[in-house]
Design a binder for this molecule. Structure first.
Ligand code: DGJ
Length: 731
């Protein structure tokens, strides 16, 4: 059993294949966090708790005259406010007539097989027969009468512990929740680094690694979506931790809205990590008997460095997150019309582009923005999801049939959460968008945000989207969301409940996605938010792939995809070849390099094939052939970051290795070049040491051991921005 309670030591032990997570009940009933790290035998970990009189660290009343028992110093599993712990708490609330302390004591626990659904929100699920257990610990506070249920879903084989928290108002008066963290992990020391992923539109998930320092380092989003600016994923690691050595801990939040991840070094040089809904602009009113469910946090430990940690997340996100059958099924190579035509098209132009795409070997044609309403530019039409007959005279049904006749599947772009002021929908329902009372709404890309905290708006979207999807044969949908949310006010909610709006928006969005996306398992849904502005596990629950970034510059993409790969599997990253000079950066990079970079993901094109030279079209055919040859290895093989674009100015390299280690694809892109340059070498990874491999196009056979220890010479003749792909096959 992955979960045990040892009564003599009042200890809860969660065990995965390689890790142990241990909690114990203190002599006063507090739940203490004892250990999270390499798997250890059952031991009484009480000796790890040390007690000193800590000046200015108060003692709970029940400790009597014992000045050595202070919650300000003890490692806690669910830290509480106003109890003498001055670190940031797991929970903040106001109950009844203004009391604000919460003092939860362990009141019981239950162990259940499997993984349960979380109310209204995406969460990891267990496959049938998979070794997964859930521990639920109840904390009670007789004064506030708030009851907390901590749930731990232990994926034994996959080395993952998913934690979530529910708070129930068991009292007779209303309770206002102001903060509820999904995960809290206390480390006894703080000699660690914090790794997080930051960015902006068109430059998402840049890696940052900084020492944990005094005070609170907080990353997060207040933009109503998980955002381009920070990703809901962070790592704590030992100073010496690298790709293949050292201890590291991952914190990932299955949530697409406002979040925080905090790393706090306290006065005693300990570290506390929190992950949860951002308390800024958040509060939730609970009437007697009502409960609040916080999203799930996915925790993982690796003792074999950052690659080991990434492999844990890739595997669990590939196998236990997405509900779409396409998480396993092969996905078509697509061409998307956005950079090919933007808003400037009619059906003839689109069909011309499509037939050239078919001729290149493309398998799916996607019609991006501009096909509906009066959408001739981005200032109008959102909300009116009927075809624009001035542009698509033949209608979407016939367009789809014609694309199918060309031997391709058909995909469509939508942005259901938004409305343009210049639209029929807005004219009919001006009150359906988020807006502060008495003030005009804030615009983003000229558009307003529909109030998805309202059930009527959600139901309208569900019937409109389902109607649209049933009208034509559509195999792929790109679900976009193109602005940050500014206002958090809903016309329908009571004044005292306005702090709930942004979370209710997320619940509304999940409800819509449940009713639209999960009702169409035959369609591949691709997530998008101005590129990768909502690249998070909750979106991956619905959509097997997400458009990684609007930035298709192959050199910038090296960093964007490198950062994304720390948590997210390659099968989730949509990447396309576009034209040069690049539309965002103006940089020119060889066509072949653009192909190499885009093959580090779910491959496709973002260009007008009618404008390609015959040589370029031939290169596309060759790229498609090559990608299909390595598709399985890329899609569900193990991923190795061989060389970091942050640390190596000369080249970036990565490697996909099939699960059976028989096949591998190594990709190298040169990023800088010097005259009479050094010969550089690249050590491969993930191969079988004692097996022999042939490298496509090279003479000879090489043992896995030599390839991983001496490496291979990076071809000297590669110029700046040139690249190479090397296919390896075990013999
Ligand atoms: C933002 C997306 O990231 C682009 O690919 C494109 O779909 C535009 N929106 C369309 O408005």
């Amino acid at each position: 059993m992955a979960v045990r309670y040892v009564a003599e030591t009042k200890t809860f032990i969660l065990e995965t294949k390689h890790s142990s997570y241990v909690m114990a009940v203190s002599r006063y009933g507090n739940l203490l966090h004892m250990y999270y790290g390499a798997r250890i035998p059952d031991t009484d970990l009480d000796y790890l708790l040390t007690f000193q009189d800590r000046g200015f660290s108060p003692n709970p009343n029940e400790a009597g005259n014992d000045r050595t028992f202070s919650l300000d110093f003890l490692p806690q599993e669910f830290s509480t406010s106003r109890n003498g712990d001055y670190r940031n708490p797991s929970v903040e609330l106001i109950w009844g007539e203004g009391g604000a302390a919460f003092s939860g004591r362990v009141a019981g626990y239950e162990v259940r097989p499997g993984a349960e659904r979380i109310d209204g929100m995406p969460a990891l699920w267990a496959a049938s027969g998979e070794k997964v257990d859930t521990l639920e610990i109840t904390l009670e506070d007789p004064v506030s009468q708030a009851e907390v249920k901590l749930a731990y879903v232990v994926f034994e084989e996959k080395d993952v512990i998913a934690r979530s928290v529910k708070l129930v108002n068991r009292g007779q008066k209303e309770l206002r929740l102001e903060r509820l963290m999904s995960a809290t992990v206390d480390f006894r020391t703080s000699d660690y680094d914090l790794i997080y992923f930051t960015g902006r539109h068109a430059m998402e998930r840049e890696l940052r690694r900084i020492p944990v320092w005094d005070g609170v380092h907080s990353i997060g989003s207040g933009r109503g979506a998980s955002s381009h600016q920070y990703n809901p994923f962070a790592i704590i690691c030992e100073k010496e931790c690298g790709e293949d050595q050292g201890e590291c801990w991952g914190f990932s939040l299955v949530y697409s809205g406002n979040f925080i991840i905090e790393a706090e070094k306290d006065q005693y040089k300990q570290l506390r990590v929190h992950a949860g809904i951002n308390p800024q602009n958040f509060s939730f009113l609970l009437e007697p008997g009502e409960e609040f469910q916080a999203p799930q946090a996915v925790l993982a430990w690796s003792g074999t460095g950052l690659t080991g940690l990434s492999h844990i997340y890739h595997r669990i996100f590939r196998e236990n997150l997405c509900r779409s059958p396409y998480r396993k099924k092969s996905r078509p190579i697509l061409l998307n019309s956005w950079e090919a035509a933007y808003f400037d098209f009619d059906d003839e132009k689109i069909l011309h582009i499509a037939s050239e795409a078919a001729d290149m070997g493309v398998e799916l044609f996607v019609l991006d923005d501009g096909w509906f309403g009066k959408r001739d530019n981005d200032s109008a039409g959102l909300g009116d999801w009927t075809v624009n007959r001035d542009k698509i005279k033949i209608g979407i049904g016939r367009m789809s049939r014609k694309i199918h006749e060309m031997g391709m599947q058909f995909g469509l772009w939508i942005e259901p959460e938004m409305v343009s002021e210049d639209s029929e929908l807005y004219r009919r329902h001006p009150d359906w968008c988020l807006r502060e009372p008495g003030r005009p709404a804030v615009r983003g890309r000229y558009q307003l945000v529909l109030d998805l905290s309202r059930r009527d708006v959600c139901d309208y979207l569900i019937s409109t989207m389902n109607g649209l999807l049933e009208k034509a044969e559509i195999e792929y949908v790109k679900w976009d969301m193109n602005r940050s949310i500014a206002e958090a006010w809903s016309a329908l909610l009571d004044e005292k409940r306005q702090g709930e709006v942004l979370h209710r928006y997320m619940l509304g969005l999940y409800y819509v996605m449940d009713q639209v996306i999960l009702k169409h398992p035959e369609i591949i849904f691709c997530g998008c938010s101005g590129g990768g502005g909502r690249f998070d596990p909750a979106m991956l629950y619905y959509q097997p792939q997400i458009w990684c970034s609007d930035n298709t510059d192959a050199v910038n993409r090296l960093k964007i995809q490198y950062g994304t790969s720390f948590a997210y599997p390659i099968s989730s990253m949509e990447a396309h070849v576009s034209v040069c000079p690049n539309h965002i950066t103006g940089r020119s990079v060889p066509f072949s390099t653009r192909g190499i970079t885009a093959m580090d993901g779910m491959f496709g094109y973002e260009l007008d094939p009618t404008k390609l030279t015959p040589e370029e079209k031939e290169m596309c055919r060759e790229q498609i052939r090559f990608y299909k040859k390595y598709y399985k290895t890329i899609m569900d093989g193990d991923y190795y970051r061989l060389s970091s674009p942050y640390e190596n100015q000369y080249f970036t390299a990565w490697q996909h290795v099939s699960q059976d280690q028989k096949k591998s694809l190594v990709s190298i892109v040169v990023t800088d070049k010097e005259g009479n340059d050094a010969q550089r070498f690249l050590k491969l990874r993930g191969l079988k040491e004692d097996a022999f491999y042939r490298i496509e196009g090279w003479r000879g056979k090489y043992s896995g051991k030599i390839l991983m220890n001496a490496g291979i010479p990076v071809p000297f003749e590669l110029g700046e921005y040139e690249g190479i792909q090397l296919g390896l096959k075990m013999i």
